[in-house]
Design a binder for this molecule. Structure first.
Ligand SMILES: [Zn+2]
Ligand SMILES: [Zn+2]
Length: 169
């Protein structure tokens, strides 16, 4: 996801560009290609290019309850500053950013969004994914996926504190 921003770097502070993104990449390293679509706004600031992206993709997740695989839409939203490594007017190297984790624009004035998109995609993936809100999960005794129907296991033992109540019926 490379963008050439040499012109934007030469533009006055406050200049903007909009980049449409429509790419298929293995963004989260799961060996699958994900179609990523959306747009990124870029703003020339005094020292950097401020990038604001709103992207959408879809990933395959494993349900934490029934272990079934399902497609999950992912909204990737972020705002990050990208610092140039070369002064665009004089072509002289700039001092490296203080924080090693800062995103940079390379010597060819290429702003590569891949790493930022990867990091924010991983953040957007739910920790405990459910294939649906009321997923019935697996039977603890036979392991059958209860979304596909009941199994023939006996009902689990009821709490003895309720048995008196059951006798009343
Ligand atoms: Zn499930
Ligand atoms: Zn069962």
């Amino acid at each position: 996801m490379d963008m050439n921003v040499s012109q934007l770097l030469r533009d006055p502070i406050g200049s903007t560009r909009v980049f449409q993104i429509d790419e298929t990449v293995d963004i989260i390293g799961d060996g699958k290609s994900h179609k990523i679509q959306g747009k990124c706004n870029m703003l020339r600031t005094q020292r950097s290019i401020l990038v604001k992206c709103a992207l959408n993709t879809e990933v395959e997740l494993t349900c934490s309850r029934c272990l079934g695989k399902f497609r999950h839409p992912l909204k990737i939203r972020f705002e990050e500053e990208f610092l140039p490594t070369l002064d665009v007017q004089s072509d002289t190297p700039l001092p490296p950013p203080e924080e090693a984790s800062t995103f940079t624009i390379d010597e060819q004035h290429t702003l590569d969004l891949t790493e930022a998109v990867r990091q924010y995609s991983l953040l957007a993936i739910p920790m405990k994914a459910l294939c649906k809100k009321n997923c019935a999960g697996l039977c603890p005794a036979c392991g059958k996926n209860l979304n596909q129907g009941k199994c023939s296991c006996p009902a689990p033992d009821t709490d003895p504190r309720w048995s008196r109540l059951a006798e009343l019926k």
